[in-house]
Design a protein around this ligand. Structure first.
Ligand code: HDE
Length: 744
């Protein structure tokens, strides 16, 4: 058998000097990869097919014959091509990569993959939205799932987390209710992939523990710009256990090297229509271009003895550990550098499970985590058709599995011999248990001596303290976005009672916030409607009526007044690798300027696309042909991070006559993106209303630049403008411009 040359996406990429391991998942997949299509078409039984275009029939115009095995086999396989989609997190995109720890973590954990910076651990990551179906849009307001499978040499470790550090509920038993409330309403299956509807918000006011998560959910965190620009969190408290058996509590985090950045709501909604694959495409194209996504792996640790020293319970998944109280330590880096070869085989069939831990990592008693430990295997048994999904290449561990589990649907492994039990002597005692010295997994022997109860600890009942901390830690534009998000989401809720009670609930976070929400959704101002105590009386009455048992307690003392890391303004700025700039041009464009500026932008790692009224070529003012990347008809500014308008009298005159071109610029302005124009290009900014009266651009360059706009009529400055533009793009957005709300 000859090995075909691999396409670029399958070739191993090199991190620094060290080649990444292509063992493990990659090897499993390699072994199953289909060779270049064989010469002859065959049935699944290997019989060469003589005619694949016509059904076997009685005569050329007669009925089909049942004996046509080729037809029946082909259609039957097709009929079964779909498997049930994930009940949550159905919409996802995956990528392969590798992980390396910066220095040995032996002090804290015996996990093999965290011992030695030379160890390269292959990973597969699947990002997802939660609520939408498989075909739903990528940019909806939602939590993003972030599941990582580490193929370590001591087995698979799955960190099945989200891009938000907390969750809606404290106990897994409420998960089906949460999901039923947020998914489309069951009578009419509306709305798709959205939380702006009655059942969700009804659940929220009757589930006060969700308050903190709602603050995150309505912040820009729920609208990430890219899978490469979002934080990741393990959410639950886990344990790290070292070789001596010492256990510490740990929270896991991911931090993207590109910084944490978001879309704006108007943009996210429009993208859902113009490019519903926006985030999936962004990751795919970035990786193909070699702009790999990189994330630092970080941990927060709390000593066993300090378990009860914090104003939150470590087992409560609706709480963060503020970094001011428990510092974040960056311990390694993950690089995603290879796209899957086949979406179904890898991204769809991958099975993550919170219960997949390796030696040195263990669970806490978080009641949300405890329920998840049951749920994942259970759902996969039905989704992937039986217990042998572990044999699908993407799910196999790097080291071989050996046990006495046998049979079941679709068994691939051909076990030899007659021994399938243990202990055995007939099979030489194999496979035998591994004692600790042989690195067998051992659970942390936590002492538990307690009555059996269906009851939540009172230490879980501060439902508002951290929600207020989050609110107080946001910048002004972020707060504004949260208010608008509440107004949008609740604005779609038909039940006045639900809208009123949600406003009442959020008086407990901040009265001013609740007042601002109320003003936009036809609800009485809570300040003049009894204030916070009036709101709580109404809530109490409702909770009494509808059987809400887990009530909020007092806000606990001891949290910081603000936690800067909760604001996205604290993210490192300036990394522009992979950012996308649209250069607007038409025939007669200043070609030399385009080339010079493009070169300067590309040198900074920016992706530049030439957008013109038509595909093909534009002819520069000097008669040179410039290839057009996309036509104005197929793209919009929402697909780019920044817009550049090149000079050239005829080009700009054409663009000024094009509603699409003018809209392109004005929409980039509205979405607070960096915009630059050189030479006659400045006139398009004037036509779009991005800059003031003619001449203002030149007069007040510094003030404009502070708002993310460069407008320079001197063509000789093109390269300098491009360099300054790189700096602006690195700042992501210029929200001061939001004040100019009159932009249509
Ligand atoms: Fe999940 N979750 N979940 N979840 N979850 C699933 O597993 C579940 C929760 C998360 O890309 C399901 O194979 C319960 C928190 C991700 O394949 C299911 C509870 C967090 C993914 C399931 C939670 C997550 C899932 C659906 C309440 C962040 C996608 C299909 C205790 C820490 C993984 C599947 C992928 C998927 C159950 C809550 C993250 C049904 C019962 C909290 C990233 O088993």
């Amino acid at each position: 058998m000859t090995t075909p040359k691999k396409p670029p996406s399958q070739q191993a990429k090199t991190p620094g000097k060290k080649p990444p391991s292509i063992k493990g998942a990659n090897k499993n997949i390699d072994a199953h990869r289909e060779q270049t299509p064989g010469e002859f078409l065959t049935t699944n039984q290997g019989v060469r097919v003589g005619n694949d275009q016509n059904t076997l029939r009685a005569g050329t115009r007669g009925p089909a014959l049942l004996e046509d095995f080729a037809l029946r086999e082909k259609i039957t396989h097709f009929d079964h091509e779909r498997i049930p989609e994930r009940v949550v997190h159905a919409r996802g995109a995956g990528a392969h990569g590798f992980f390396q720890v910066y220095e040995s973590m032996a002090e804290y954990t015996s996990a093999q993959f965290l011992q030695d910076p030379a160890t390269i651990t292959p990973v597969f990551v699947r990002f997802s939205t939660v609520a939408g179906s498989r075909g739903s849009a990528d940019t909806v307001r939602d939590v993003r799932g972030w599941a990582t499978k580490f193929y370590t040499e001591e087995g698979n470790f799955d960190l099945v987390g989200n891009n938000i550090p907390i969750f809606f509920i404290q106990d897994a038993i409420k998960f089906p209710d949460l999901i039923h409330a947020v998914k489309p309403e069951p009578n009419n299956e509306i709305p798709q992939a959205a939380s702006a509807h009655d059942t969700f918000w009804d659940f929220v006011w009757l589930t006060p523990e969700s308050t903190h998560m709602i603050m995150w959910h309505l912040s820009d965190r729920a609208l990430p710009r890219s899978f490469g620009m979002m934080d990741g969190f393990g959410v639950h408290t886990f344990r790290l256990i070292n070789e001596a058996g010492v256990s510490r509590f740990v929270k896991f985090h991911w931090r993207p090297l590109l910084g944490t950045h978001s879309l704006v709501w108007d943009e996210a909604q429009k993208l859902a229509g113009k490019d519903s694959d926006y985030m999936r495409r962004d990751m795919w194209e970035s990786i193909e271009r070699g702009n790999y996504f990189e994330y630092e792996f970080a941990i927060q640790l709390i000593e066993e003895a300090d378990e009860h020293r914090f104003p939150f319970d470590l087992l409560d998944a609706t709480k963060i550990w503020p970094e001011e109280m428990v510092p974040l330590r960056r311990i390694g880096k993950m690089t995603l550098n290879r796209n899957p070869d086949n979406f179904f085989a890898e991204t769809e069939q991958v099975a993550f499970h919170t219960g997949h831990v390796v030696r040195g990592i263990d669970f806490s008693n978080d009641p949300l985590l405890q329920g998840r430990l049951f749920s994942y295997l259970d759902t996969q048994l039905i989704r992937l058709g039986g217990p042998n999904f572990v044999e699908i290449p993407i799910n196999q561990p790097l080291n071989q599995m050996h046990n006495n589990q046998r049979d079941g649907h679709m068994r691939q492994m051909v076990n030899l011999g007659k021994v399938s039990y243990g202990p055995n002597s007939l099979g030489g005692g194999r496979p035998h248990q591994a004692v600790p010295a042989q690195r067998g997994y051992a659970s942390y022997p936590q002492r538990i001596d307690a009555p059996k109860l269906r009851e939540r600890s009172p230490s879980f009942d501060d439902h508002f303290g951290q929600a207020t901390l989050f609110w107080n830690s946001q910048s002004e534009p972020e707060q504004e976005h949260i208010v608008l998000a509440f107004r949008f989401e609740l604005g779609k809720v038909e039940s006045l009672q639900v809208r009123e009670r949600v406003v009442d609930l959020f008086t407990n976070v901040d009265l001013e916030l609740a007042r601002k929400i109320a003003a936009g959704i036809g609800v009485a101002d809570p300040a003049t409607n009894g204030g916070v105590s009036g709101a709580n009386q109404r809530l109490k009455q409702g909770w009494d009526t509808f059987g809400v048992t887990d009530r909020p307690g007092e806000k606990r003392q001891g949290l910081p007044a603000k936690a800067p890391e909760l604001s996205m303004t604290s993210t490192p700025m300036g990394n522009v690798k992979g950012r996308k700039v649209a250069v607007l041009a038409a025939d007669g464009v200043d070609g030399a300027m385009v080339t010079q500026m493009e070169t300067a932008l590309k040198r900074a790692g920016i992706v530049v696309e030439l957008i013109a009224p038509h595909l093909g070529m534009v002819e520069s003012s000097k008669g040179k042909a410039l290839p057009v990347t996309k036509s104005l008809l197929t793209v919009a500014s929402i697909m780019y991070d920044a817009v550049l308008v090149a000079g050239g009298q005829q080009s700009v005159a054409t663009l000024k006559q094009s509603g699409d071109a003018v809209h392109f610029v004005s929409e980039a302005f509205k979405h607070c993106k960096a915009i630059a124009a050189v030479g006659e290009g400045v006139d398009l900014l004037l036509a779009a209303g991005c800059i003031g009266a003619p001449g203002a651009a030149e007069q007040d360059g510094a003030a404009l630049a502070a708002q993310g706009i460069l407008a320079d009529r001197a063509t000789k400055n093109a390269v300098a403008v491009a360099q300054q533009f790189v700096g602006l793009i690195g700042q992501h957005r210029f929200f001061a411009r939001q004040k100019r709300d009159q932009m249509p």
